[in-house]
Design a protein around this ligand. Structure first.
Ligand SMILES: NC(=O)c1ccc[n+]([C@@H]2O[C@H](COP(=O)([O-])OP(=O)(O)OC[C@H]3O[C@@H](n4cnc5c(N)ncnc54)[C@H](OP(=O)(O)O)[C@@H]3O)[C@@H](O)[C@H]2O)c1
Length: 285
């Protein structure tokens, strides 16, 4: 215990969501390899342990811990963030990676639309609750995993949960545009604090989407030969999290390690402010 906590104290601390599979598992591995103590927020403790063991096999000196939270729940996400901030008052990294793409509209136990809850509200809550720890750990970075589906998307702040006009592509792409907007707005608000915040598209990656049943899985399986591996999908997120020459870059959108132009709507200050306010209302102020 003594040597473990000494080791943990010496390491900078990174928080990663969605590290039980896909891109997130490789991001967590890369951060452990880079010498971080990695906090994995997982909804299932057993799956979290499998990921921890997988990391430990590749990085024997890895220091990791699991915090259990279903990120579709605002209360669970808030309490996970508070638990992490209490245990780690200085954070170096927050990686908002967990995301969902669903064939059918669903509501969370708290009554929120599921895709918005996981892809937008959870990152928003984590950025808000962990802000003091990220400031205390500065220089520090937030990396949000977006998607190129946001590039041509629209978002309506008066209809964020798509009570009207829900379909799987619109729900996913508008949630990814909205989370880009709140990440950019966080970057703007944190300018000068030593905390930077950026958005990354990881590429088209053969993750569990490929294994999903139905038409989505079929489409992904047909594309499989052209998809990136999960490890390749983690490359740009890890680069944006770790590269020294990106330490001052903030409010940027990255693809293939390069900053690229985002959807012009993400740069519309009035629209971004309305999406921020609508997001704040959905998380309860
Ligand atoms: N794959 C692509 O081509 C692609 C392209 C662009 C962007 N992205 C984005 O990349 C990110 C990672 O996706 P992926 O492709 O690696 O997908 P994935 O393999 O399905 O992994 C998603 C991760 O998110 C977690 N998660 C989902 N819902 C959760 C919840 N309610 N609470 C806690 N954790 C939850 C999953 O946990 P469980 O293990 O418990 O399910 C899993 O660890 C997502 O934000 C996705 O939108 C992916």
């Amino acid at each position: 215990m003594g040597s473990w906590s000494l080791m943990q104290n010496e390491k900078r601390v990174a928080v990663v969501t969605g590290a039980t599979s896909g891109i997130g598992r490789w991001i967590a591995l890369g951060l452990a390899r880079a010498g971080f103590h990695v906090v994995l927020i997982c909804r299932d403790a057993a799956r979290g342990e499998v990921a921890r063991n997988w990391i430990a096999q590749a990085v024997p000196l890895a220091s990791t811990e699991i915090v259990v939270a279903d990120l579709s729940s605002l209360s669970a996400t808030t309490s996970a963030a508070r638990q992490i901030a209490a245990r780690h008052p200085r954070l170096a990294l927050l990686i908002n990676n967990a995301g969902v793409f669903r064939a059918r509209r669903a509501r969370t136990a708290e009554g929120r639309e599921m895709v918005v809850a996981v892809n937008l509200l959870a990152p928003f809550v984590l950025m808000r609750e962990l802000e003091p720890a990220l400031k205390a750990g500065a220089p520090s970075r937030i990396v949000t995993i977006g998607s190129s589906t946001s590039d041509k998307a629209r978002v309506d702040p008066a209809n964020l949960e798509l009570d009207r006009g829900w379909n799987l592509v619109r729900a996913y792409s508008s949630s990814k545009l909205a989370v880009m907007m709140v990440t950019f707005e966080t970057a703007r608000r944190l300018a000068g604090t030593g905390v930077v915040a950026n958005v990354v598209h990881p590429g088209a990656v053969a993750t569990s989407l490929v294994r999903s049943p139905g038409i989505i899985g079929l489409a992904w399986r047909l594309m499989a030969p052209w998809l990136r591996s999960e490890e390749q999908g983690a490359d740009t997120p890890l680069h944006v999290a770790l590269a020294e020459d990106l330490a001052d870059q903030t409010g940027q959108y990255f693809k293939d390690r390069r900053a690229v132009a985002p959807n012009r709507r993400a740069l519309d200050a009035g629209l971004v402010a309305r999406v921020w306010e609508a997001t704040e209302r959905l998380v309860g102020g």
